[in-house]
Each structure stands twice: as C-alpha cells, then as structure tokens.
Design a protein. Structure first.
Lengths: 200, 131
C-alpha cells in the first residue's frame, strides 16, 4: 500500500521495484517490465527481426530476470543486465536457426562463411546514390539491411549503434576484445553500405 | 577513394585516432570530395540506426506475468511432491519392517516364501511335488 502511495508521488527506482518484487509484489515487477520492455524489444527485434520468436525471446528475458532477482547484486544497471541476457538469447536463437537451415540443407544468402575479424583491405564501396538521404531515412529498409548482416557483426552494430553502448561496454557485453569490436564495426558499416546500395 | 583513408574514417567514429592519423584524415577530407560524402553518409547511417525503436505487443507485460505464474505453479507442485517423499518413504519402510517381523514371529524364520505369505505344510508339498 505504501509502495503505491509512494509510486503515485514519484517514479520508483529500479532498486525499489526489485525490492518490492522480492517482497511478493507482482505489480512492481509488471512496472519493471513496462519500463524496460521498449529497450529489450529494440535489441531483440534488431537482432531477430519482427515476429513470434522475438516476443518469445523477450518473455524469456524477463522470466530469467525474475528468477535471478534474489541474486541480483546491482553491480551493473538493470538495463545493461537485461541487454546481456537479451543479446545472449538472441545469439543462441540465431545459432539455432542456422543449424536448422544447415540440417535441411537450405542455402543461406548471408556471407557467414566469410566471417573473419580481419579488416578488409580491398574495399568495394559503390558510389553514393543521389537519393541516399531518403534511403537512409527509410527505417524499414535499414532494418532489412541489418537483418542481412552476419550474426557477429549484427550484435556489435545493435549494441554500439542502435543501443548506444560505448565500444568498451560492447566488448564487455559480448566478451570479445575491444579491437575486435572496432574491426567488426568497420566491416559492418561497409557491409550495410553495400546492402543498402543493392536495395536501390 | 583511398582505402586507407576510408578505414581511418570508419575508425574515427569509434576510436581515438593518433595525432598523425587525425592530421592525415583531415587532409584527406579536405582534398577528397568523395571521402567527405562518405563521412556524411556514415554519420547519417549511424544516426538513423540510433533511431531504430521497436515495441512488443500491447499485452506483453501480462504475458510475462502469466508465464511466470505458470512456471511458479509448476515449481510449487514439484516442491510439494519432493516434500511429500520423505514421510511416505519412512512410512513404507516401517510397514515393510513390521511385515517382516510379523512373518518371523509366525513362521520362526525369514525366507522369500514366508515373506510372500506362502505357507507350505507337508500335505501341500506332497500334493505339488509328489514326494
């Protein structure tokens, strides 16, 4: 009761909502879900595309959060913690999809076989189209191009450019060296540039 | 467009360039119109990516709570069964010991036959085995 009286006066912090959830208040957890679901949705849908799988993974993220709340130590912010769970579940889901594709011997049109961390020396950058500004403003087109990136490149782009984490935070979230993040970012931008050009 | 300058341009967005590299990139940008256009393109690309926003369905939070409720109930049932096991196991063990004791009291020995409650007197043995 006191919680809702307090909540009506000011926005409760994540820590307060976590404490309330641990005390058995389900509405406090619903509040946490409502607060963080847009960010989690952006991460997951950027990684997996729109569809049922994205919703299922999103639900799984919050179920895992709920189960781990008694052990949550507030060492990182809740949003970073959720992003870590989300990105790992997305990478697992993409791996599962890839294995399923291989099992049924479908052809994958993304260049997974060329997935190295080396910076390409022979750049093939198509000339800029006059209407590139309009093309970039088309969020659907951009989302489609993002879906065609290799999983590792996509994860880096989503964390660094979509979610706005620093390069070091991106490296920490993905457990990869900073140099790898930088080279993947460079490759991802070049690849996105090529993919968007091919959509013209 | 020079590939090395393009790489410098890409790196400049995410990493701190050395003074030499900064000068090199600055000079290249001043001299190469195509590189300047690329810089503008990449800035816009990154800006547009930062504006990507998505939402789950309207009843997402309810679905999450419902799933949590379901899994919690499953865990509670499993916990209940686990908690029930020790008293049931102890009662069963006590019952078995009582039966063995009773069989020993009745027959004076313990064998599979007495435990199974099969009483074989001389007449029955003669009937089945003929000797």
């Amino acid at each position: 009761m006191l919680f809702f009286l307090f909540a009506s006066m000011t926005q409760p912090t994540d820590r307060q909502l976590i404490d309330e959830t641990l005390a058995g208040n389900q509405r406090a957890f619903a509040h946490l879900v409502a607060r963080h679901s847009p960010q989690v949705a952006t991460t997951i849908i950027s990684m997996l595309g729109k569809g049922m799988a994205a919703d299922d993974v999103g639900q799984e993220v919050f179920i895992r959060l709920y189960r781990s709340l008694p052990n949550f130590r507030h060492e990182s912010s809740l949003s970073t913690y959720l992003t870590r769970i989300a990105i790992n579940l997305c990478l697992n889901e993409l791996k599962r999809r890839r294995l399923q594709q291989q099992r049924f011997r479908f052809l994958s049109f993304s260049n997974n076989s060329n997935d190295t961390d080396e910076t390409p020396s022979d750049l093939q950058i198509p000339d800029l189209n006059q209407n590139y500004a309009e093309q970039l403003a088309d969020q659907e087109l951009l989302h489609k191009a993002l879906q065609n990136l290799d999983d590792n490149l996509k994860a880096v782009v989503v964390l660094r450019l979509v979610e706005g984490y620093s390069t070091q935070e991106t490296a920490d979230l993905l457990h990869i060296p900073l140099g790898t993040v930088l080279s993947r970012l460079a490759r991802a931008q070049t690849k996105l540039r090529q993919l968007l050009h091919s959509e013209q | 467009m020079n590939a090395q300058h393009y790489q410098l341009l890409l790196r400049s967005f995410d990493a701190e360039l050395s003074t030499v590299e900064q000068t090199q990139l600055q000079t290249a940008l001043e001299q190469d119109a195509q590189l300047r256009a690329e810089q503008q393109y990449l800035q816009q690309l990154r800006q547009q990516l930062g504006q990507q926003q998505f939402q789950f369905g309207a009843d997402f939070a309810d679905q999450v709570l419902q799933k949590i409720g379901n899994t919690t109930r499953t865990y509670q049932t499993a916990d209940y069964i686990t908690q029930l096991f020790p008293p049931i196991a102890i009662s069963a063990a006590a019952a078995i010991l009582l039966l063995i004791g009773f069989a020993y009291y009745q027959e004076g020995n313990i064998s599979l036959r007495t435990l199974a409650g099969i009483i074989l007197d001389d007449q029955t043995i003669l009937m089945y085995y003929g000797s």
